[in-house]
Design a protein around this ligand. Structure first.
Ligand code: NAD
Length: 261
């Protein structure tokens, strides 16, 4: 797909980190962008700055998502690109011994369910809404392309660490549904691919102590640093532009493989 002024895109989690960088990169190509995010202040501020449509959306809420798609389409027309970045990384363990006391076995269903509701179900919900609308678009070019979806899992989907059962479980679902979603939508000219980021310098990671961030960066084989959001955005745009890339799960991680700790 050629990125240009007549193309509309929706970026979820678009007010921060990887989503914000992707929204900026799409705008730089002239693409009309709508930002979905549950943070009203951040989504309003970034949309004003880059000339995007702000949509205060909670991806766990069907009505909120439906309203977001309606607002985005009313302003920009039917989207041909959906980039799903909305997500959370629970800091606490959902199972096993408590970090502080070391004695109790944790049983945190609320945290597990929140991760699945946002990261997995929220991603599927937005894919499904986008597919409904993209299917009605006229096919383009000799391949009959209609649209492209880029989902965001995590390397935790493949090598989750201690404390990541909820995160890895939810992200594993995102990675695993890539192929069946692509197969379900290929007859309509819609591609689905998933990026598995390693460790990126975003607000999600900035909350960690500086020493931990430095250690994380040093643990990356090459380059020995955290990924930059712009590097994620470049891959998201490459996927959007390359019509032969379909049903792929792509690690973007400086070759890091998380160990057992
Ligand atoms: P971030 O915290 O900077 O941005 C996430 C955004 O999602 C925030 O603006 C937040 O308000 C929004 N959001 C959260 N829950 C939402 C909901 N229910 N509805 C709508 N919006 C919601 O994080 P980031 O680092 O940019 O992460 C983006 C995606 O990349 C996430 O899915 C994350 O799991 C994934 N990821 C990040 C890293 C990393 O190292 N930063 C690594 C692997 C995967």
């Amino acid at each position: 797909m050629k990125l240009a002024e007549d193309v509309a895109a929706i970026v979820t989690g678009g007010a921060s980190g990887l989503g914000a960088a992707t929204a900026r990169a799409l705008r730089a190509q002239g693409v009309k962008v709508a930002l979905f995010d549950r943070n009203p202040e951040a989504v309003t501020a970034l949309a004003a700055e880059i000339g995007a449509v702000p949509c205060v959306v909670d991806v766990t809420d069907e009505e909120s998502v439906a309203q977001g798609f309606a607002k985005a389409r009313a302003a920009n027309g039917q989207e041909r690109i959906l980039v799903n970045c909305a997500g959370i990384a629970p800091a606490a363990r959902t199972v096993g011994r408590d970090r502080e006391s070391g004695a109790r076995t944790r049983h945190d269903m609320a945290l597990f369910e929140a991760a699945v509701a946002i990261n997995l179900v929220g991603t599927f919900r937005c894919c499904s809404h986008a597919a409904q609308g993209m299917t009605a678009l006229p096919p383009q070019g000799p391949d009959g392309a209609r649209g492209v979806i880029v989902n965001t899992a995590s390397i935790a989907a493949e090598d989750g660490q201690i404390g990541q059962a909820a995160y890895a479980g939810s992200k594993g679902g995102v990675a695993a549904m890539t192929l069946p979603l692509a197969r379900d939508l290929m007859a309509d000219g819609i591609r689905v691919n998933t990026i598995l980021p390693g460790i990126f310098a975003t607000p999600m990671v900035a909350g960690m102590p500086e020493a931990v961030q430095e250690a994380l960066g040093a643990a990356v084989p090459f380059p020995k640093r955290l990924g930059q959001p712009e590097e994620y955005a470049r891959l998201a745009l490459f996927i959007a532009e390359n019509d032969y890339l379909n049903a792929a799960t792509i690690r973007l991680d400086g070759a890091v493989r998380m160990g057992p700790k």
